[in-house]
Design a protein around this ligand. Structure first.
Ligand SMILES: [Fe+2]
Length: 283
C-alpha cells in the first residue's frame, strides 16, 4: 500500500494484479499519475475503481502510454476511431476476448498497454483472468531460457484454432465487427522472449491465441512447445482475476501478461470500452 496521499494500491494476488482506489484519473496531477504508473510497473495489471470517463478522458489516459494503437477488426465509436465497445447481449452465447492471449501480437508494433473500462457489468461473472508471463519466464530452467531466447514467434490474426476469425467474430453479434476477410494477412514475427525496458525483466511472448509457429519451424513442430508454454504461463500461481463493476478501468501491460475473458454470464449484458496504447517494438 502506498504511504502517500489518498491513493491506495492493494495487491489482489501473489504474482500480479492490484486494485487502485482513491484517484480520479480525469483530474489527477503528475504526482498522482506517477503513483498510478508505478503501480502499473509493479503489478502489471491495475484495476482502478470508481471512475467516470468520457471517450476523450479515455484517450487522454491512454496518451500517457504513447500513441493509440489501431485495432483492425472492430469499428471505433463515433468520433473516436481508436476506441471500441466490447458488448455481449443477453441473447448471445459467445464472447469477445475469450482464450488466453496478449493483445494484437500479430501487429508490427503491438501495444504496451490495454485500457478496458466497464460501463455495464453482469450481476455475477464476466471477470477477466490475467497471467504473469515475466514471473513464468523467471521460473524456467536456465537451459529452457536459453532455448527460448533463440526463437522467434510468427503471430497471426487468423484465429485458426477457433475456426478462423471471420466465423468466430460472426458469432459476437453485439459488436461492430469489420475487416475480418483478410485477417490471415495480419502476421508479425516477434521474439519469444522479450525484454521490458523499465524493469529489466524478460517475459514469455507467446500465446496459443496468436502464435502459430516458431520462425524456421513448421506448425506441427512448433505446437507442442507453444502448448507447453501456454500451460506454464497460466499456472495458478502466475494468475489473478479482476472482478468488474461499472466505473472500473483496468490497465494491463501487454508485454508481460496475457488475459482471458471468462464467458460465464449467459443471459446477462456486459458492455466494456477498450483502447490499446503505446506501440512497441518487441526485442
Ligand atoms: Fe484481448
Amino acid at each position: 500500500m502506498t504511504q502517500d496521499s489518498t491513493i491506495k494500491v492493494i495487491p489482489i494476488a501473489g504474482s500480479l494484479g492490484a486494485e487502485v482506489c482513491g484517484v480520479d484519473l480525469r483530474t489527477m496531477d503528475n504526482h498522482a499519475w506517477a503513483q498510478v504508473h508505478q503501480a502499473f510497473l509493479d503489478h502489471k495489471v491495475i484495476a482502478v475503481r470508481d471512475q467516470d470517463l468520457s471517450p476523450q478522458d479515455m484517450m487522454d489516459i491512454g496518451a500517457r502510454f504513447g500513441e493509440p494503437n489501431h485495432y483492425p477488426f472492430v469499428k471505433g465509436i463515433d468520433g473516436f476511431p481508436f476506441l471500441f465497445d466490447v458488448v455481449k447481449e443477453p441473447s448471445e452465447t459467445k464472447n469477445f476476448g475469450g482464450g488466453w492471449h496478449s493483445d494484437t501480437t500479430y501487429m508490427k508494433t503491438p501495444p504496451m498497454a490495454t485500457l478496458l473500462y466497464a460501463i455495464e457489468t453482469p450481476e455475477k461473472g464476466g471477470d477477466t483472468l490475467y497471467c504473469d508471463t515475466a514471473a513464468a519466464y523467471e521460473a524456467l530452467s536456465e537451459r529452457m531460457k536459453e532455448l527460448l531466447g533463440s526463437l522467434k514467434g510468427v503471430n497471426s490474426a487468423g484465429l485458426k484454432h477457433l475456426g478462423g476469425r471471420k466465423s468466430h467474430h460472426a458469432t459476437v453479434g453485439g459488436m461492430a465487427i469489420t475487416g475480418t476477410d483478410d485477417a490471415d494477412s495480419y502476421e508479425a514475427v516477434h521474439p519469444i522472449v522479450r525484454s521490458i525496458e523499465e524493469t529489466g525483466q524478460k517475459s514469455i511472448y507467446c500465446s496459443r491465441g496468436h502464435t502459430i509457429r516458431f520462425e524456421g519451424m513448421t506448425e506441427d513442430e512448433s505446437r507442442p512447445l507453444i502448448e507447453w508454454l501456454q500451460a506454464h504461463v497460466t499456472r495458478p500461481e502466475f494468475t489473478c482475476r479482476v472482478r468488474w463493476r461499472p466505473g472500473t478501468i483496468t490497465i494491463w501491460d501487454n508485454r508481460r501478461t496475457q488475459h482471458n475473458a471468462v464467458n460465464d454470464y449467459q443471459g446477462m449484458r456486459r458492455h466494456m470500452r477498450r483502447l490499446t496504447s503505446g506501440p512497441t517494438h518487441p526485442v
